[in-house]
Design a protein around this ligand. Sequence first.
Ligand code: ADP
Length: 243
Amino acid sequence: MAEEKQSISIDIKNLTKQYGEQKALNNVSLSVNEGEIVGLLGPNGAGKSTMMKILTCFIPLTSGQVTVCGYDVNEEPMKIRSIIGYLPEQNPLYNELYVREDLEFVAGIHGLRGKERKERVDFMIEKVGLQKEVKKKIGMLSKGYKQRVGIAQALIHDPKILILDEPTTGLDPNQLIEIRSLIKELGRNKTVILSTHIMQEVEAVCNRAVIINNGNLVADDTVEALSEGQTLEKKFREITMNV
Ligand code: ADP
């Protein structure tokens, strides 16, 4: 088994993903250190979800090398899945399950049993503020609470790495602020990659931003450096419209 690297959590080297004729990622290299919260930005169709699906071992890469905590996505996908938490775009959930039932089910998939499972589910319910909703079916919850269930699911096994694909899409302004601060708080001891279309979200939550355009990595810097002298939004438009 590979040694877990201490400093680099995610290492992407010359990653290319081809869907038939369509090149979704083109020779992308990116390295993310432990504890960083990275905002992944790019217009629709840029390749953000593709990158996240490769990192979480949902789809295979075409060429290049991707390691997560030193484990190669091609060689040790099950190991990677055990140390990664993933909230996919559109947050697919089991609407017919009750909140607790759902979290216990997901915890079980991760191998948690008995007392340990119950304690972990209780901990996550409290952490994401689902106490009052716990007896409801997921289908009955508001969008903001559904997002909380998705985040609780992603974190139930206490992963080292958290991958969130547009976690705040469709939330009202209050929910948005709540979920952002939740991500910031929960991400304190984790490496987080967060894709979003909202620049203020990156400014509020992330310390680093990566911009992808047409499958190419076109910017990678601290949020401060990228927005220096202007807003991140302006910088984003400048970069993605000129390339
Ligand atoms: P983003 O998340 O930035 O919106 P995606 O990674 O979803 O971008 O998509 C990148 C490109 O790859 C898009 O042009 C999209 O249409 C294409 N694509 C995504 N998934 C598939 C697929 N399963 N088959 C074919 N093309 C795909």
